[in-house]
Write a new protein. Structure first.
Length: 384
């Protein structure tokens, strides 16, 4: 599927290619909309990185002390009792003792169910397991389910680049990224392959999500590749905002949404510092954003570095105003926070939402980002 074919098929639902920087609706001077800011700071807990400390009492105390009262619980890749409602309820009740609420479950769908991705025998049974998870999440009283739909497991990057104060942020330069091994377990994958397999999945699971009133949000593919260029044999389909809209249009439903990784969407754009605000408006006004990875980058499509929230090309205060403008009421979560050079590595702060690797510490960066997001929400709320 080449770009002109997609635009022809998407019709009026497609976004304008250039993304004008002006708002699509009038608003008060200075971004004031006259309504309250409904967003809340949250975090995504990664047991694979934090190990047993991901939901430990120490970590929950730190989050509560920082005023982070909402989180996304990440399921392990292997299907186990942790995928059952009883396990989710036990963890939910334990976190609520600290004043913290589990708003969302993350299903590592791409990692756990490779037959779905490959379109091979066994995908029907795997789709049945996804449907069962939806029912379990509903029983647990958790309204949101985030998932990934990627052929490439993990987040391709070309290395690290130095940022403020000697910190390091992950970077992706397409020309420098190692495509090793040259193919995934799915072999060569065209855009048409992706759309066929995504459609097969969505037509089965979205009606179940609607029945059980669970909003499902797909995380965009990170990073976006230069259009028409493969990475490890995969032509990434969700590589523009127009493609994200087409993904939503496959099965129209208020329960078929996006987990809006703002950083990933910025990576899709030629001028993220100018274009991201109208992309937020477009999906936010449809009610299609269930949660946000609220992160910043510097650079452009196929050549960027991840930065601290206040260091990159996007005006995050302006972005926060737009979330308020569209009435978004979900979590703004740190993600891929740069790591800080540290002689003592972990210090006394548990890795709340992050992980310490070697002599670099991300816990302090996450704490800084939590506070910055809380301040942004307070600032735009005060403007009302």
């Amino acid at each position: 599927m080449i770009r002109r074919d997609f635009m022809k098929m998407a019709g009026t639902s497609a976004l304008p290619i250039g993304y004008a920087s002006a708002s699509m609706a009038p608003q008060a001077e200075g971004g004031k909309t006259g309504r309250r800011a409904l967003m809340k700071v949250g975090t995504q807990q990664w047991p694979g990185l934090g190990g047993p400390n991901a939901y430990s009492a120490d970590t929950l105390r730190v989050l509560a002390a920082l005023g982070v009262n909402h989180l996304c619980r990440t399921l392990p890749v292997e299907v186990s009792d942790t995928w059952k409602a009883e396990s989710m309820i036990r963890l939910r009740e334990r976190t609520e003792k600290f004043g913290i609420y589990i708003d969302q479950i993350l299903c590592p769908l791409s990692d756990s169910f490779r037959n779905i991705m490959k379109g091979t025998p066994g995908r029907d049974q795997e789709i049945d397991k996804v449907c069962e998870l939806i029912r379990e999440v509903s029983k647990a009283g958790i309204p949101l389910l985030q998932y990934y739909l990627n052929f490439i497991v993990g987040v391709p990057r070309s290395g690290w680049k130095t940022g403020r104060g000697g910190s390091r942020g992950s970077a992706f330069v397409y020309a420098e990224a190692k495509q090793d091994p040259p193919l995934t377990d799915a072999g060569p994958v065209s855009e048409e392959d992706y759309w066929e397999r995504a459609t097969y999945l969505l037509k089965r699971v979205v009606p179940v999500a609607a029945e059980y009133k669970i909003k499902m949000g797909c995380h965009p593919q990170d990073p976006s590749m230069p259009y028409g260029k493969p990475f490890r044999g995969v032509y990434r389909a969700l590589t523009t905002p127009e493609h994200l809209q087409h993904y939503l249009d496959i099965v129209p439903s208020p329960y078929h949404c996006l987990h809006f990784c703002q950083g990933t969407v910025e990576e899709m754009l030629e001028k993220p510092g100018e274009q991201i605000y109208d992309v937020i408006r477009h999906f936010g006004r449809q009610g299609k954003i269930i949660s946000v990875h609220f992160r910043n980058i510097t650079g452009t499509r196929g050549n960027f570095r991840e930065t601290f929230i206040d260091e990159g090309d996007v005006d995050m205060l302006k972005a926060c105003r737009v979330y308020k403008e569209v009435g978004f009421d979900g979590m703004l979560m740190p993600d891929h926070v740069p790591q800080i050079v540290s002689d003592s590595a972990a210090g006394d702060l548990p890795a709340a939402g992050g992980a310490t690797r070697g002599d670099f510490n991300s816990s302090v960066g996450f704490a800084f980002t939590f506070g910055y997001i809380k301040a942004l929400i307070a600032a735009v709320d005060a403007e009302g």
